[in-house]
Design a protein around this ligand. Structure first.
Ligand SMILES: [Zn+2]
Length: 508
């Protein structure tokens, strides 16, 4: 079975399930750790000590066949010997400056560096080279290190320091850990969990390299390109700048995620993983997560725009109705005639003492201003009918409402199809946590609820006009709809977004 094929996926699923049942409330971190190892990226855990970071890193390393694990707690006094190995005396005798790297970071597959931001400048240079290039300069020799991933842990953010910021930047995956929240999980941790756990399934290093190679050629869906572009724009508006290099690495990770899930392309659900790769400051996390979810879930269907249209239309109706007087009004004092309520109001401001006559059939009665307004309001109560609008205007409204209901109906249908697609894609994506899956579907369903509210809004406005609200018709014929599905007009990017979705829909 080739790397990236079913065998690897099955192994990963087995490892994931063993880890998640042992490490409670760490599903996202477990997924991130495995994905970091597979894609050769480093992962940072920010959070208090005693959150099982060391054990997680050690066990992840155990799930790699023949994997060497290196673990070190850094202090500001730590020396290069402790991380990279002691100086070789034999080499020194030959005037060579070389370290015995066995059992140290340069020979590790997975390493956990605790309190990583305490690293002194003596350590930092070599560390950055290892993190960046997977190379170690041992004297005159440049060694390719087998390192798959460094797990960095820290309780605090790096202080403002250029080289520490460079170090922070080398961690593509970033997670914030807290203590176990759930009581049951806490009790299990204390009283029922075995102290240690050893993964029974392992992955071969060669399979990991094979996977990375295969992932390189994986196509990326057009909607993912749009999500990334939109996301970058959104982040820039919040002054969150992501380097081009980081974006490139992110894409490579998404490819590895898709390839190891056995997918034939990077679909938009992979982009949900971006929530763990883009934030710099903890306060950016929620914004990024929310934005990523919205972009991925919306599928380019904007119900907001439809909502705005319906509200505008309703406002127009009510203005037209209230403004349009139910009967013609004449000023009894100066003879001016009024068709709009607004005109009377303006007239009253400059001619406070004038009184008015309603031009009704039969006897006419003279009203002082206040009484006139009351009379008009009472007429509205019973007489707001289509007849109060000129037929031409009514027709315009009628058409607009028809167009709008049509759009709503189509978007509704689209959303239903979308939900199935989203669900299917998420089920195939092995890197999403249960929480992520549920949240994405909830977000999607919120849109359907918005649409139902829209229906109510539209039929209310229609009945105000005395129009019959057209009941939502049965589903349109998909084959016919495909070519002329109407997407709410909100920019060309959305349209090409929909093309991407369309092409996926046809894949079914
Ligand atoms: Zn007057």
């Amino acid at each position: 079975m080739q790397p990236g094929g079913l065998a690897l996926k099955e192994n990963l699923l087995e490892i994931k399930s063993a880890f998640t049942s042992y490490f409670k409330e760490r599903e996202a971190e477990i997924n991130g750790s495995l994905l970091a190892v597979l894609s050769g990226e480093n992962i940072l855990f920010l959070g208090p000590p005693g959150t099982a970071k060391t054990q997680l890193a050690k066990n992840i390393c155990q799930s790699i066949e023949g994997g060497n694990f290196f673990n070190y707690l850094l202090t500001s006094f730590s020396t290069p010997e402790e991380i990279f190995g002691p100086l070789s005396l034999k080499a020194l005798e030959e005037d060579e400056f070389r370290r015995k790297i066995d059992g140290c970071l340069p020979t590790a597959h997975v390493a956990l560096l605790d309190e990583i931001f305490k690293a002194s400048s003596a350590i930092l240079n070599s560390l950055l080279t290892i993190l960046n290039e997977r190379k170690y300069h041992n004297g005159r020799e440049i060694v390719d290190v087998p390192l798959l991933s460094v797990f960095g842990a820290s309780n605090e953010f790096p202080e403002e320091d250029e080289s520490l910021e460079a170090l922070f930047d080398r961690f593509l995956f970033r997670y914030r850990l807290s203590y176990i929240q759930d009581d049951e999980n806490f009790r299990n941790l204390l009283f029922r969990s075995p102290d240690d756990f050893e993964p029974s399934v392992s992955i071969q290093v060669s399979a990991i390299y094979g996977l990375r190679e295969n992932a390189k050629n994986l196509p990326v869906d057009p909607d993912v390109e749009l999500i990334i572009t939109e996301l970058r724009k959104n982040l820039q508006l919040q002054e969150i700048e992501i380097s081009d290099r980081r974006w490139k690495k992110v894409i490579q990770v998404l490819k590895v995620a898709a390839c190891s899930s056995g997918c034939i392309a990077v679909d938009r659900t992979m982009a949900l993983l971006l929530q763990h790769m883009l934030w710099n400051l903890p306060e950016e996390r929620e914004f990024i997560r929310k934005t990523v979810f919205e972009l991925v879930v919306s599928g380019g269907i904007s119900t907001e725009k439809l909502h705005q249209e319906a509200e505008d239309l309703q406002a127009a109706v009510s203005i037209a109705l209230k403004n349009e007087l139910p009967v013609k009004v004449v000023c009894d004092s100066c003879g001016e005639e009024f068709l709009l309520r607004q005109e009377i109001e303006i007239h009253h401001v400059s001619h406070q003492n004038h009184s008015y006559t309603l031009k009704k059939e039969g006897a006419s009665k003279i009203y002082p201003y206040d009484n006139l307004i009351r009379e008009i309001d009472s007429l509205y109560g019973t007489a707001v009918k289509a007849s109060t609008l000129p037929p031409s205007q009514k027709e315009v409204f009628e058409k607009e409402f028809e167009t709008l209901s049509d759009k709503v109906r189509r978007v509704k249908y689209r959303l239903e199809e979308e939900r199935e697609l989203l669900k299917r894609l998420m089920e195939a994506n092995i890197w999403l946590s249960t929480l992520d899956r549920n949240e994405a579907l909830l977000l999607h369903d919120a849109r359907s609820i918005e649409l139902s509210e829209l229906d109510i809004l539209i039929s209310k406005a229609q009945s105000m006009l005395g129009l019959q609200s057209r009941q939502v018709q049965p589903k349109p014929q998909p084959a016919k709809e495909e070519s002329k599905v109407y997407v709410p007009d909100s920019g060309s990017s959305v349209n090409s977004f929909m093309k991407g979705i369309g092409s996926r829909l046809r894949l079914k």
